[in-house]
Ligand binder design. Sequence first.
Ligand code: IPE
Ligand code: IPE
Ligand code: MG
Length: 240
Amino acid sequence: MIDKTRIPAHVAIIMDGNGRWAKKRGLPRVAGHNAGMKTMKKIVDHSDKLGIQYLTVYAFSTENWKRSAVEVSGIFKLLVTYVNSELQELIDNNVKVKVLGDYSSIPSDAKKSLEKTLEQTKENTGLQFNIALNYGGRDEIRRAVCDIGRDIQQGLLKPEDITEELIGNHLFTGNLHADVPDPELVIRTSGELRLSNYLLWQTAYSELVFADVLWPDFTTEEYEKAICEYQSRDRRFGGR
Ligand code: IPE
Ligand code: IPE
Ligand code: MG
C-alpha cells in the first residue's frame, strides 16, 4: 500500500517498449506507440489522483531521429491526436502542460497543437505534466553551457559566478524554463536498465525503479508498485 503522506513530488518516466509490444502482436511499430499513448493518458490521470505535483515523460529523444521516417512521423501524428483530443480534459483537470526539449524543429502541425496546449494550460495550478520531446540530457547541458557562456561574454556574469544552482536554472527543468524540482523517482519500463540520455543532471540522487512490463502493458497497479518500491528505499544523499 502506498503511503499517501510520502508521495514523490516529481516522477519521471521512460516510457519504453512500444516497439516490442507491437512486434509481439505482428503489428507495425506505430501501433505500439498508439497503445503507449493510451497508457500515458491513464498515467497522467492517475498521477493527478495520487497527488503527484510533477510528472515528466520521455516521449522522444534527440537520438530517436535515427528511426525510420515512417515511425518518426507516426509518433508526431499520435502526439497531435493526443494533445488535440485531451486538451479540454487537461484544462478541466487543471493540468499544466510543459515541454522539455527544443521542439522548434518538430513537424509544424505537432508544434502548433503543442503550442496551443501550452498556452491554454499555462495558468493551471494542478498537476504539471512535462513532455520531454526532442529531449536529450547532454543537449540540455550543452545549451545551458552555451547560454551561460554568452552571459559571460557580455559581461553579465563572471566564471566564478557559475554555481550548480545557476547551471540548474538554465536547464529545461530550471526556473528560466519549466521550473521543476529534481525527480525523486525515475521509472523505466520494458526491462532495459539504462537512462538513455534522460535528465542526466537532475537524476543525480533520484531513485530508479525498473519495471519489466512493456509500456503499453503498464497499469496503474504497476505504477503504484513502483511508488511503493520508491517509498521502501533508504535515501541517504551521501550522508550517513
Ligand atoms: C518507446 O518505445 C517510445 C519511444 C522511444 C518513442 P520504443 O519505440 O523504444 O519501443 P522498443 O524499445 O523498441 O520496444
Ligand atoms: C528512450 O528509449 C527514449 C524514449 C522512451 C522516448 P529508447 O528506446 O530510445 O532508448 P534505447 O535506444 O533503448 O537506449
Ligand atoms: Mg526503446
